[in-house]
Design a protein. Structure first.
Length: 319
């Protein structure tokens, strides 16, 4: 993490929710670090990790795109996904470039650093580990499901998730970034397959306890079939506490306005409903509750509003 007079902000996560926060935070006077999961095993990422024995590049690619300050055409090229071609169909150009740079440098982390330099990334991007990881879930009925992409498909309630191989060695820079942070943001995203895979790394859990910084969880707005069906905001927090213990989370940021009925109908087709803010239960957990209107409806889908959330998070640094 860079040594400047700017506050250190660390965002932890993966999936589609994390880049939304990063796009806003990169414009604030902070030293920004993104710690990203590499447990994805579906699509292009899954194929590359299986064939090349490298960490999954997909979530890293999206974070690079979010933090890049380069020509739009170059970003479009980086995010381009091939729709045909023998062996190329389904692959993202960015994933292939990360694979190529990993091969050139001999190291996934150093490959990320080189791509970040080329694309003028604002901030530092750290994989949670510099190795190929596998995510597993134990269901409430005792069955074990292996593979990030397979876990939600069982449509069973999840008891816990865990990683292999063990012992797992996280990237030292990631652990140090958490320890030195003034603000740690746990990004919204798939709770069990994007958020928790970072937090359950024991050295990261320890760092969250040791850090002097404030730890804020930006809660999901809608439930997710196969992961958080029927979950309230407190259920999300409880799942995190069940995995990493009490005392790591300080605050939770939730959306506090009704969701448009037409959008609810669209999400209902995916068996997703708004996450209920059970305020009394959250208060009993000793977690600071931050309620705001933080949703962007501009694209007729539910996304956290980049500007609103980043402004609110930045305001927490001095508190």
């Amino acid at each position: 993490m860079a040594q400047t007079n700017k506050p250190n902000v660390v965002v932890i996560g993966g999936g589609t929710g994390m880049p939304v926060l990063l796009r806003g935070l990169k414009d604030y006077p902070v030293d920004l670090t993104a710690i990203v999961t590499v447990a994805d095993d579906g699509g292009s990422s899954g194929r590359l990790r299986n064939e090349l024995k490298m960490p999954a590049p997909g979530d890293i690619r999206n974070v690079i795109a979010a933090l890049s300050d380069t020509e739009p055409m170059l970003l479009d090229l980086f995010q381009h996904r091939f729709s045909n071609g023998n062996g190329l169909s389904g692959h993202s150009m960015g994933n292939l470039l990360l694979a190529a740079m990993t091969s050139l440098t001999g190291d996934f982390y150093h490959g990320i650093k080189e791509i970040s330099r080329v694309l003028n990334v604002k901030g530092e991007i750290l994989p949670i580990a510099n190795q190929n990881l596998h995510l597993h879930a134990e269901m409430m009925d005792g069955t074990i499901v292996s593979g990030e992409s397979k876990i939600p498909l069982t449509n069973k309630r999840i008891k816990r998730v865990f990683l292999s191989p063990q012992p797992l060695v996280p990237l030292a820079e990631a652990v140090n970034a958490v320890k030195e942070a003034d603000l740690i943001v746990i990004a919204p995203g798939s709770l069990y397959t994007s958020t928790l895979p970072n937090l359950i790394v024991s050295q990261i859990t320890d760092a969250l306890r040791e850090t002097h910084g404030k730890v804020v969880y930006v809660c999901n707005v809608m439930t997710q079939l196969g992961e958080t069906t029927g979950y309230t905001a407190a259920d999300h927090v409880q799942a995190i506490v069940d995995h990493i213990g009490e005392g790591c989370l300080h605050s939770i940021l939730v959306h506090n306005q009704p969701i448009d009925e037409q959008i609810q109908k669209v999400y209902a087709e995916e068996h997703a409903i708004p996450v209920k803010n059970d305020i009394d239960r959250l208060s009993s957990m000793g977690i600071e509750l931050i309620e705001e209107d933080i949703i962007d409806y501009s694209k007729h889908t539910l996304r956290h509003d980049t500007d609103k959330v980043s402004k609110l998070l930045y305001s927490l640094i001095s508190k």
